[in-house]
Design a protein around this ligand. Structure first.
Ligand SMILES: Nc1ncnc2c1ncn2[C@@H]1O[C@H](COP(=O)(O)OP(=O)(O)OP(=O)(O)O)[C@@H](O)[C@H]1O
Length: 681
């Protein structure tokens, strides 16, 4: 082994951990105790040693790090990137851990070099590096990417299933160009990407419509469904259409906007009636099974549908995408809608971002361009698209990017800021914030956690909503004492409080530290209590806003739902006894009915206070005023995708709160790095 150590070029301090699996497992224990690794990551290394007692230390280290990376959204461990910049690639140690006297991952990895790490893995009995599809070992090495077998399989399944769908195009009917152009007769954009997106989606079993906020993804898909459904209804065989989104919140938003858009479609009422407006979650569509990661619908029990539209597709992780594709009948169409520039899912895999790598440039083949021009009647020669072909860019032939925001045009600070951030143009973004030319974007510097600028933002003003507003509504419009428990007044009151709460949301980039979700939540609650707006800031108190963090089908609550604790009248325990008041958590029903359900706090699944929420958790939601708090330390989560996602949560006002000058620029200049092998070239 000492010869191997020389080859690895190890430092004396790291020798023991390179040489001895037992020593390495001890070090992994230390990292776990410091909260740097999850118990799961350490357990994987322990499991491998049980399976293969002579498993070498470099293999065990790689296994624990693959698992750790999954927890950070990466489907695999890129060995080269890890060695080049260990702290950054691994986010290890996490925030505020510099004073530890434990050997750091970066110090240990100084003893490694790529060639020999790969060689150690290739030689291991727990790693398949040749023909992994024929193997069964728990780890798979592809080039310098190491996977847990399950994730490698998901990636393969997604690539295979998408290719299969791309290779089975559909014919459009002879009158398709006329009907398409009829639906877009009032078009003002040239080229009109909404029309082109409809055309592409109509001819395939797999298509993607991507675009920023307000670019008309919903409008486009509603028209597409009308285009597809019209001939099917006329033939007496209406298409079975299902609409879904990754979270309950996103599903509720789409239900609302689809309903509005279908109503204004210029088509027959029978066709309108055959377009569903109810959107469910993907988990519900596939049929979650209790205590299992499997679903009721899969390849052998496919979904009974002809068209599946999934909104907010940027939130779909790799495993879910593999499950959706597996459960889809081969004949069905899948249409993904989403903003490719948003943060990816919290779970592993940035599927939409990976699939849309070429969307900005177009990369349409000559055949695709000629077909698009023929059916749409538009000319695309001056659209600034890059050339492509079916062979080099198969997926791009079925991808359309909507480029014009109908909600955030050139006069919108939010729109301009989001576009500058998306280009990584930190200087332009700062100038927009500083210019004062836009009334909808704001910036504040924070010198300390108790900064008055922070308190002012959180409380809000008449012009700029903060949390003061929903608490005033809560107090001012409370039903009078004696209002019967079964009166609608309680529902109306709760609805008003919930709607007002939605006007403002503080967004944090991180969970820990002075400017992380945990500390900020506590600080806001205590600030509101000191102002007399809350009676308490501990445990369950009236006015406490909570975020559901796990689906509960029995209660009808979905991960991402927000409720507020309210003191409401309760029916008397016995006839004749007085009615009581009790604390219940009010949630809007996710069915578009506008109804409210009141839930006992003790019945709730996992929830957390949500004066502050992570930008990740805010995906699929929209707030009148969104404020983003950036922490001072450099952190791999501070990326332009994070800032872009936060800005695009705001419908009327966006405020940037910076705890250190320059942190905004650093984040905007850092595009996210999600490591995967998902490429359909
Ligand atoms: N071609 C168009 N002409 C005029 N207005 C449009 C057009 N397309 C969309 N809009 C309007 O722009 C707004 C946003 O459209 P839509 O909801 O379809 O966008 P979206 O991309 O789905 O938005 P998001 O996902 O950000 O909520 C709507 O008010 C819609 O009526």
């Amino acid at each position: 082994m000492s010869e191997q150590l020389d080859l690895l070029g190890a430092q004396p301090t790291t020798h023991a951990y390179l040489d001895s699996s037992a020593a390495l497992l001890g070090l992994l224990d230390d990292w776990q105790q410091h909260g740097w690794l999850r118990a799961l990551d350490r357990a994987l290394a322990g499991f491998l040693v049980e399976q293969a007692p002579d498993c070498s230390a470099p293999v065990l280290l790689a296994a624990a790090l693959v698992s750790h990376q999954l927890g950070h959204g990466h489907v695999c461990l890129d060995l080269g990137a890890t060695l080049a910049e260990p702290d950054f690639a691994l986010s290890l140690p996490p925030d505020n851990a510099e004073d530890s006297n434990v050997l750091l991952p970066s110090q240990l990895l100084r003893g490694y070099n790529l060639e020999y790490w790969c060689a150690a893995l290739s030689a291991s009995d727990v790693v398949d590096s040749q023909a992994p599809d024929q193997g069964t070992r728990p780890l798979v090495l592809v080039g310098q990417r190491l996977y847990l077998r399950r994730y490698w399989q998901y990636e393969q399944q997604v690539v295979t299933d998408v290719h299969r769908r791309l290779n089975a195009p559909l014919d459009v009917q002879a009158d398709f160009p006329e009907r398409l152009q009829g639906l877009f007769a009032d078009s003002k954009q040239h080229p009109d990407w909404q029309e082109l997106a409809c055309a592409l989606a109509a001819r395939g079993r797999f298509s993607i419509i991507t675009g920023g906020p307000g670019t008309g993804k919903t409008t486009t898909v509603v028209r597409l469904l009308a285009l597809l459904q019209t001939p099917a209804v006329a033939a007496g065989k209406p298409l079975r259409i299902r609409l879904a989104a990754p979270t309950g919140k996103a599903a509720a938003r789409l239900t609302e906007s689809i309903g509005r858009q279908v109503g204004s479609l210029p088509v027959d009422d029978v066709v309108k009636g055959a377009i569903p407006s109810e959107v469910g979650t993907l988990h519900r569509l596939l049929g979650s099974l209790p205590h299992s990661r499997h679903f009721r619908h899969h390849r052998d029990n496919p979904l009974a549908l002809d068209v599946l539209v999934i909104d907010e597709a940027s939130m779909i992780d790799l495993e879910m995408m593999a499950c959706v594709l597996a459960a889809l009948p081969p004949s069905a169409r899948l249409i993904l809608l989403g903003d490719k520039d948003q943060l990816a899912s919290v779970e592993a895999g940035a599927v939409l971002g990976d699939l849309c790598r070429g969307a900005d440039q177009g990369h349409y083949s000559e055949q695709t361009l000629a077909w698009l021009e023929r059916v749409s009647g538009q000319t695309l020669t001056s659209a600034g698209l890059h050339p492509g072909s079916e062979a080099t860019h198969p997926l791009e032939q079925q991808t359309a990017m909507l480029r014009y925001s109908h909600r955030f045009g050139g006069d919108s600070g939010i729109g301009e800021l989001a576009r500058a951030v998306n280009r990584c143009a930190a200087g332009d973004a700062r100038r927009l914030l500083q210019s004062g030319s836009f009334a909808d974007i704001h910036q504040r510097s924070l010198s300390k956690p108790a900064d008055p600028a922070f308190a002012a933002c959180v409380l809000g003003t008449d012009a700029l909503p903060g949390y003061q507003r929903y608490l005033q509504v809560l107090g001012d419009t409370r039903p009078p004492a004696g209002t019967p428990a079964d009166s609608d007044t309680w529902q109306q009151w709760a609805r008003q409080v919930l709607t007002t709460f939605d006007q403002f949301q503080l967004l944090c980039a991180v969970r820990r530290g002075d400017w992380g979700v945990e500390a900020v939540n506590q600080r806001v609650a205590s600030l509101l209590r000191h102002r007399g707006l809350l009676g308490s800031d501990q445990g369950w108190y009236e006015g406490r806003p909570v975020l559901v963090t796990r689906n509960d089908y029995a209660l009808g609550l979905m991960n991402g739902d927000i409720g507020i604790a309210l003191r409401v009248a309760e029916p008397a325990l016995q006839p004749g006894a007085p009615e009581r008041e009790a604390l219940r958590v009010a949630f809007a029903r996710n069915d578009g009915s506008g109804g409210i359900r009141f839930v006992l706090p003790s019945r709730l699944p996992e929830v957390e206070t949500v004066f502050a929420m992570t930008v990740h958790k805010s995906q699929g939601s929209e707030f009148t005023h969104a404020a983003l708090v950036l922490p001072p330390s450099r952190n791999p989560v501070l990326t332009k995708e994070l800032v872009y996602t936060a800005i695009t949560r705001a419908s009327k006002h966006f405020t940037l709160l910076e705890s250190r000058d320059g942190v905004f620029e650093e984040a905007v200049r850092t595009p996210v790095r999600r490591i995967s092998g998902l490429a359909l070239g």
